[in-house]
Design a protein around this ligand. Structure first.
Ligand code: UDP
Ligand code: MG
Length: 321
């Protein structure tokens, strides 16, 4: 038997969860019909939802033995949710997908066929359009991928998503990266392996709303830069060297002016501007180093990536009468 684990991080998804469950059941039945050797496990991660998500998961787990769930003690973020899912999934293959049906379950049979033959280790999707998304956001997203791929050794494919069908080997490799500051888009790519991209048009959320505000995405983008590139440090070093050179030229010019032309130095305004400019530049560069230091600080604390409050085992064990 080949077990396929489907990992689904959920945060306040009570509206889409029933829709997702019906859809995924259809697809699971379809795959099982074509490939009778497959069996499934649905592993939901409740990332500290404040709505009815957890009670729905409890009901599902009671009724359907394929459903498992892990409920966090609070909201740890999607990255932590995916990590918990990968760590606890027992399948020969592991799928990671969103609960909001933006990752169409209809792709799963095709993905299974790609990975099953052993030609690829991972099947994933790539959005070729971003319709339904604010224009400004799309623009920033595209810029992000451009800059990221310029400054980082790790290639991050534009439009690639956290919708992945992976072999056990790849999952274990991902789990061997124990970092606390997790940036999955980079991690998936860093581990390598042969990945097949399936292209599709963006699908809008089935119900509910996205938790990603512009600022959250912006911070996530910075997270990506700092986690997968040290280019900002190089840039600040270069800025330092360049301003030293400029200063050196200016010193020579001033000395020549004073000694040869007898022209006393003047220009209060210039002086003030230069002081402010250099001060700003110094703070900016210190800030960049600070960012890396802060990440290092968090890493060295070795805090757990997530904490579990409840799992499906808690609802399945019936109290003895
Ligand atoms: N999610 C999560 N924890 C969070 C935020 C989101 O587990 O703190 C889950 C969410 O339930 C969904 C997936 O991550 O299954 C993607 O979230 P969302 O649809 O809000 O993001 P978008 O599709 O807009 O990128
Ligand atoms: Mg979504």
């Amino acid at each position: 038997m080949k077990k396929i684990s489907i990992v689904v991080p959920c945060y306040n998804e009570q509206e889409v969860l029933p829709l997702f469950y019906t859809e995924i059941q259809k697809v699971m039945a379809q795959i099982q019909q074509e490939h009778p050797e497959t069996e499934f496990e649905l592993l939901f991660i409740n990332d500290g939802s404040r709505d009815g998500t957890l009670s729905q998961l409890r009901e599902m787990a009671k009724a359907d033995m394929r459903v498992r769930y892990i409920s966090f003690s609070r909201n740890f973020g999607k990255e932590a949710g995916m990590y918990a899912g990968l760590e606890n999934a027992v399948g020969d293959y592991v799928v990671v997908m969103d609960a909001d049906l933006q990752h169409p379950p209809a792709f799963l049979p095709q993905m299974y066929n790609i990975v099953r033959t052993g030609e690829y280790d991972c099947a994933t999707t790539r959005r070729v359009s971003r319709k339904g998304e604010p224009k400004l956001l799309s623009w920033f997203a595209r810029k992000f991928y451009k800059i990221m791929n310029k400054i980082s050794q790790t290639e991050i494919v534009d439009g690639a998503q956290d919708f992945r069908f992976m072999t056990r080997q790849m999952v274990d490799s991902i789990l061997s990266m124990k970092e606390y500051n997790r940036f999955s888009k980079g991690i998936f790519s860093w581990v390598g392996f042969r990945t097949k991209y399936l292209e599709y048009e963006n699908v809008e959320r089935a119900a509910g709303s996205s938790t990603w505000s512009f600022w959250k995405l912006f911070r996530y983008a910075l997270e990506g830069f700092f986690a997968f590139s040290t280019a900002p440090l190089t840039i600040s070093s270069i800025l330092g060297v360049v301003s030293c050179l400029i200063a050196f030229v200016m010193i020579i010019v001033i000395i020549i002016k004073k000694l040869c032309l007898g022209d006393p130095v003047q220009g209060f305004a210039t002086l003030i501007c230069a002081i402010f400019f250099m001060g700003g530049l110094q703070l900016f560069c210190t800030g960049i180093s600070g960012q890396y230091l802060a990440k290092t600080y968090l890493e060295t604390k070795r805090r757990p990536i997530y904490l579990v409050r409840e799992t499906e085992k808690d609802v399945r064990k019936e109290p003895e009468a």
